[in-house]
Design a binder for this molecule. Structure first.
Ligand code: BTN
Length: 260
């Protein structure tokens, strides 16, 4: 294990960290933690390897050793917005990842793809899975998979075309403790600024990083219905705005499956 857990705990807002050499899915473990209010939060569940990593919808998540593979369990007190807006937290996490990566790789090429993928150039480098279980008191799970020192050369061939890692882009080995600390600090700063100044600074930063604004995109809501239009960015609730021939559509779920 090359993580300095004591340093991560000292330099971030976390109350506790657990580390697993190997686990099925850090999000599955985090959902169990949500059911036990005697386990304190904010808590980080960090793993070297996942054997059953989950992506959004029906997707699996490939996470080889060397990636940053983690889930955060947050309490209501950590989340500065009403319960119905909690899914927006995943947009904050996406932005925190872009801000962190911008310090390490070519700044201009790092973008958020709504709702919360992070792209480096035309390839995905990070995926985020936000889950809100029916636990009492309510808690939120934020799962983040960031490709750091795991070269995509070791990944299934279909991923090589669409995904990348920090080491593949920079040719360097990166310090995952440092990256994780910066990511958590960016995330906390955004939550604090939202608490004190509302959504304007966050929306400004997020919009500057948006991969899709001004592009022709196709949205899928999971069924067969596809919607195509010009992307106008996001609104204050994090919904994606699409200018279609029928007028402006406000999208809260689903995925953008194509963009030009
Ligand atoms: C996606 O892009 O579809 C979301 C991927 C989320 C992957 C992370 S890795 C850590 C956490 N545990 C999981 O099982 N999934 C998330």
């Amino acid at each position: 294990m090359d993580f300095d857990l004591a340093r991560i705990e000292r330099e971030t807002f976390l109350s506790a960290i657990e580390f697993h050499d190997e686990i099925g899915s850090t999000n599955d473990r985090a959902l169990k933690v949500c059911d036990d209010s005697s386990i304190i939060a904010p808590r980080l569940i960090l793993a070297e390897r996942q054997t059953a990593g989950r992506g959004r919808g029906v997707h699996r998540w490939w996470s080889h050793s060397g990636a940053l593979t983690l889930s955060l369990v947050l309490d209501a007190a950590d989340i500065p917005m009403p319960f119905e807006n909690w899914p927006m937290i995943s947009l904050f996490a996406g932005l925190a990842v872009t801000e962190t990566l911008a310090e390490l790789a070519s700044d201009e090429s790092i973008r958020v793809k709504w709702p919360n993928d992070v792209y480096l150039g035309e390839k995905k480098i990070c995926g985020i899975l936000c889950e809100i279980p029916p636990s009492r008191p309510p808690r939120l799970v934020l799962g983040i998979g960031l490709n750091v020192n795991n070269s995509l050369r070791d990944a299934p061939p279909e991923l090589l075309r669409t995904a990348t890692s920090l080491t593949d882009e920079t040719g360097l080995e990166h310090d995952r403790t440092e990256i994780l600390i910066r990511l958590l600090q960016h995330f906390e700063r955004q939550l604090q600024s939202f608490r004190s100044e509302s959504s304007a600074p966050f929306l400004h930063l997020w919009s500057k990083r948006c991969l899709l604004t001004g592009r022709q995109v196709t949205h899928s809501s999971g069924d067969k219905r596809l919607l195509t239009g010009n992307c106008l960015g996001i609104d204050a609730q994090g919904a994606l705005l699409l200018e279609t021939t029928q007028g402006i559509e406000r999208l809260l779920g689903g995925t953008i499956v194509d963009w030009t």
